[in-house]
Write a protein that binds this ligand. Structure first.
Ligand code: URA
Length: 446
């Protein structure tokens, strides 16, 4: 295979065939093509784009680099959810056990924090002992036993994505819709799903901040899923403010545990139920209607109020080596040594709580990685009670800061000063769940 010829063709606006992608990625996964040639090709893809057929060829090549989870013998529908990532987005921690408690299998494979956004794996690992590196065999056994596993990418699932992603991260080629779509879908479709729900974020805290592009991303992934026999639905949700209150790994794990007991913030609860309804519609192959939605939402609510959802999370934690007592007593989670209150500098109405600055500050405080080998501090972050549209008095607490030292607290204070804007008018609040996208089209909700 003459790789410079492929790079040249892509550079000049041509495309690679499915067979070429497959061969190239097989050779790359085997270490027979160097990173510098793939880097050049990725940049050509970034600049030239990939048409629908070529994106599908790339996806198929990526999936062919690994195996596929086959859960068909377990006799239950298999569904999952993927979020494009945001600030304070801990929905996966609540949703996976909740949907599993409603009798679907959820092989939730997630990622680590990326850029200014947190990652499900880092949040789970803030629970003492929690192990996310299960093998495919262990994952299968756990799914058979308790219906849910919450794991990282295994070496067996689309292994070439891991290499490509690491390369994209350091060659400024992440923000490219076909590359993002093929990357996400290569992992999700390798889980052998009967249905997939995507949470595509809208707003300044999202990776893609142009709403048109968010829609394009959702539509691209839906097409890839549907063409491969996996019914796929996306909800477009607000990320112009953090989701829930907690931002930071252990703080988010605690908020997720509270949500599983029905004691979480309303926006987190609403997004979780909306995505849970979509997952159950796909799992049970029920046509979406007001009636079916209401019935499934009630079922999810019952799983929370009866304690079954929290109990399921406890089983998952225990099965994955963590301390299940964290569900009954979140004080077991690691705690930051420095805690301080951030108060309003004036009276007025909260205009904005800008999420990107908050996400970046959490990373800088030690809650995320600035270099690949950085060790994440699970304790740090902020819990922000201020919501856009709320009336506040001067001196009223707007947030709590959790830091490992005074320097970290200062970073948080500065970020909150810039991010929480207080004014005098009632601001326009964007809809929490703005739209639903499926193979049938785009539906405005909010
Ligand atoms: N998440 C992924 O898994 N891949 C991307 O390319 C972007 C976000």
């Amino acid at each position: 295979m003459f790789v410079p010829g492929l790079i040249e063709r892509k550079r000049d606006g041509g495309s690679l065939t499915t067979a070429e992608w497959r061969e190239l990625l097989t050779q790359y996964a085997a270490g027979r093509v160097p990173d510098y040639q793939i880097s050049a090709l990725l940049m050509a893809c970034f600049l030239r784009g990939l048409a629908r057929e070529e994106t599908a060829g790339l996806l198929d090549g990526m999936m062919a680099s690994g195996g596929r989870l086959d859960l068909s013998q377990l006799g239950k529908p298999v569904v999952d959810k993927h979020s494009i990532g945001g600030v304070g987005d801990k929905v996966s921690l609540v949703l996976a056990p909740l949907v599993a408690a409603c009798d679907a299998l959820v092989p939730m494979m997630s990622g680590r924090g990326l850029g200014h956004t947190g990652g499900t794996l880092d949040k789970l690992e803030s629970i003492p002992g929690f192990r996310t590196g299960l093998s495919l065999e262990e994952t299968k056994a756990q799914l058979a036993k308790i219906g849910c596993a919450m794991i990282g990418q295994t070496p067996e699932i689309a292994p070439v994505d891991k290499k490509l992603y690491a390369l994209r991260d350091v060659t400024a080629t992440v923000e490219c819709i076909p590359l993002i779509s093929a990357s996400i879908m290569s992992k999700k479709l390798s889980e052998g799903l009967n249905g997939l729900v995507l949470d595509v974020k809208l707003g300044s805290g999202a990776f893609i901040t142009d709403p048109e592009k968010s829609r394009e991303l959702a539509e691209t992934m839906i097409r890839l899923g549907e063409d491969r026999g996996c019914p796929t639905v996306a909800l477009l949700t607000a990320m112009d403010r953090p989701l829930g209150r907690a931002c930071g790994n252990a703080l988010e794990a605690e908020e997720a545990i509270n949500a599983l007991k029905g004691e979480g913030p309303e926006d987190l609860h609403d997004v979780t139920i909306a995505e849970g309804v979509e997952m159950l519609l796909l799992a049970r192959m029920i046509a979406p209607s007001a009636k079916s939605r209401a019935a499934l939402a009630a079922e999810l609510e019952t799983a929370i109020t009866s304690g079954r959802a929290a109990e399921r999370f406890q089983q998952i934690i225990e099965a994955q080596g963590g301390n299940p007592a964290a569900v009954d007593d979140p004080a077991i989670l690691p705690q930051a040594p420095v805690v301080e209150v951030f108060a309003a500098s004036r009276a007025g109405i909260v205009q904005q709580v800008e999420p990107r600055a908050i996400g970046k500050a959490v990373v800088q405080m030690g809650g995320g990685r600035q270099k690949v080998d950085d060790v994440v501090d699970p304790t740090v972050g902020m819990v922000i009670s201020a919501r856009p549209g709320a009336k506040v008095e001067k001196g009223e607490p707007l947030a709590s800061i959790y830091a490992r030292d005074e320097a970290g607290a200062l970073l948080a204070r500065k970020a909150l000063q810039g991010s929480i804007v207080i004014g005098d008018r009632q601001p326009a609040i964007t809809a929490l769940i703005a739209a639903r996208v499926s193979a049938k089209g785009y539906e405005t909700l909010g």
